[in-house]
Design a protein around this ligand. Sequence first.
Ligand code: AFP
Length: 344
Amino acid sequence: MTNTSIAPAGPDELGWTLDRHILERQRRIPGASGDFTGLFQCLALAGRVIGSKVSKAGLADVLGATGAVNIQGETVQKLDDMANRTLIRCVEAGGHVCVMASEENDDIIPIPPGYPHGKYVLMFDPLDGSSNIDVNISIGTIFSIHRRVTESGPGTEEDCLQPGHKQVAAGYVIYGSSTMLVYTTGDGVHGFTLDPMIGEFFLSHENLRIPKTAPMYSINEGNHSKWPLGVKKWIDTLKSNDAPGGRPYGQRYVGTLVADFHRTLLRGGVFAYPGDSSSPEGKLRLLYEAAPMAFIAEAAGGSATTGKKRILEIEPTGLHQRVPLFIGSKDDVALADSFLAEEG
Ligand code: AFP
């Protein structure tokens, strides 16, 4: 006899699509409007479009620089520009957000006239790791979602300048050997892998947890001479020979935060971009890089600090503010913090 009843919620031969995963969670929230689900559909579309362009980077005329320089003083790559425009176009008409902000734009990005203003605020780094684009190394898109704090109408900078602990969701898309979208709403981190033949993200990594510690560190050692003493001593300790203490640690560094963080999330260890004598606040941006990754790290059981303060507690003062970042396994970040505390 054929069983015609609806299958119970749970993975079956189709697997869980990203859409279904978000929808099932929406149904658990009484009175949910579907706006969050709608916004995620826009983000997933943007991820698929950008991923498709990235995978054809050598064939299409998208490699190289546009000739422009962004607010950070960095050369804008053509793919950076394409990714930025794709995200804005995919999201602006949906009616889910009241304002956006991007690492590539000097100011907030308003919703164009004629479109509704939603209750969410979207901030993103459209293509993290731009300097790796031309050499075929993994790059990514990072996003952070807040609820608006202004009442209604167009969103403002005030909506964007919220501390990271107030995020309602954060995630990234990594364009690597496969395209993956990883996200959290603060209660579990889930990873979805794009099936390029079907054009859909399927749940592949449910409830990711960062190991408590792992013998791996990730830092740009070329900056060694500029580091504060505490960072030098910490890295020297990780490299020292101490078999019972699990040292020396191995070193891995891609130079794309999304890729270095993704490895750290899956395998454990610590990623760091400290402040140094030429950039006391480091290189990474609070709103587009550090805060969303910190939200994901904490939801996976890890932690993220500036070496002195929890990233998610920082009250932002500017759209393009930078912060030192130590992120990953709880014990490994705590060890880094202890060296920075000694320094005073
Ligand atoms: P680009 O986007 O300019 O390549 O910078 C990437 C990044 O912001 C972040 O993704 C990396 O973790 C970090 O910079 C790498 O910086 P260094 O090249 O100074 O190591």
